[in-house]
Design a protein around this ligand. Structure first.
Ligand code: PLP
Length: 358
């Protein structure tokens, strides 16, 4: 069979990025964020590879159960906590560490009868206004939780940056000051930094950092690249040319017929489409690497195929290799053309795409 749509997952690059993060925040322990199947990279594989990670974090309890069932024994933080009282029993059973961010979650843990106590993290809203309790509520929550037999150890504290990728945003200083003040009276461990916090805000590292995207070699800044910041892309999305066609000036290509060639040229057809997770919204001109050379997407992306303008002098042939993003073509650059962020590109790869581990 001809190899077509595939992602290559580079475990050396993953290790390299972890070490880079460790160097950036040498005094902090690392919670490797592997939600969303490790941003499309395979959570079990990533967890098994990152033996040095001090803990992992996911968004949903189902993701955490998959990790435990695969034999991952390290602490797992539930970033949005338990969504119902029953889930607390599962969390206790597997020793997950739920975040608590609203009154219902507090009530649930106070009234539960857990077989074993759990470590909990209190989420404080320091300015993002998505989830979290307000700073003035912290004392009440800490008192209640500290007195509960269902809670083990000190209550930890988390908050989340909303503009840490913007290097001159004053809101990050404000969030940092708010977090420091709200948590100062308490002995619990603190965690504030996502990847942007790790890379750009060294004052914000505290006891635990929570990098996600940087682990995968992608910059948290839309206007930068992981490569430019000393990271290496872990995922490379590749496929193959399945047709090369002569194309006359004035002819259109694909659905809608909007793209029209302005000269005689050759069109390459790639076995890659939105059925693989390549965004249908990618406009003409989005870069693609064919035989290591950058060419432009031409016409609409369809479910199983996309077409590129190889140019009139091109020598590319059926079976030649194509890179959609990753090694040689930063996902950040592709994302900019599409009007999204690389986070969304990597996580949307579908199950049809083959996986190769290198
Ligand atoms: C997803 C997430 C992270 C990781 O963010 P990156 O930008 O990918 O580093 C950290 N903390 C929380 C609460 C998250 O939801």
């Amino acid at each position: 069979m001809m190899l077509t749509a595939r992602i290559q997952i580079n475990l050396k690059a993953l290790q390299h990025n972890f070490e880079k993060i460790k160097k950036c925040s040498p005094k902090s322990k690392i919670i490797a964020v592997i939600k969303g199947n490790a941003y499309g990279h395979d959570a079990v594989l990533v967890a098994k590879t990152l033996q040095q990670a001090d803990a992992f974090a996911v968004a949903r309890i189902e993701e955490a159960v998959v990790l435990r069932q695969a034999g991952i024994e390290r602490p797992i933080v539930l970033l949005e906590g338990c969504f119902c009282a029953k889930d607390l029993l599962i969390a206790a059973h597997y020793q997950f560490q739920p975040v608590i961010h609203h009154a219902g979650q507090l009530a649930d843990i106070l009234s539960a009868s857990l077989p074993t106590p759990v470590k909990v993290w209190l989420k404080i809203d320091t300015g993002m206004h998505r989830i979290g309790i307000m700073p003035e509520q912290v004392a009440h929550y800490v008192t209640q939780l500290s007195n509960s037999a269902n809670v083990s150890g000190h209550v930890g504290f988390v908050s989340h940056f909303y503009r840490a990728d913007e290097l001159s945003a004053s809101t990050t200083h404000e969030q940092l000051a708010c977090f420091i003040q709200a948590t100062a009276p308490y002995p619990g461990e603190k965690s504030l930094s996502n990847s942007a916090g790790v890379l750009y805000w060294s004052d914000a590292h505290f006891d635990w950092v929570r990098p996600g995207i940087a682990l995968y070699g992608i910059s948290p800044r839309a206007d930068s690249t992981g490569i430019a910041e000393g990271l290496q892309p872990v995922m490379t999305l590749k496929s193959t040319l399945i047709s090369v066609r002569e194309h006359k000036a004035g002819e259109s290509i694909g659905y809608g017929g909007h793209w029209i060639a302005d000269q005689d040229t050759r069109i390459g057809v790639i076995a890659m489409g939105y059925g693989d997770g390549y965004p249908r919204m990618a406009p003409a001109g989005t870069p693609v690497l064919v035989n290591g050379r950058k060419v432009a997407l031409a016409g609409r992306v369809s479910m199983d195929m996309m077409t590129v303008d190889l140019g009139p002098e091109s020598q590319d042939q059926i079976g030649d290799e194509v890179t959609l993003w990753g090694n040689g073509l930063p996902a950040e650059e592709v994302a900019r053309h599409i009007g999204t962020i690389a986070y969304e590109l990597v996580i949307k790869i579908t199950s049809r795409v083959q996986r190769q581990i290198i």
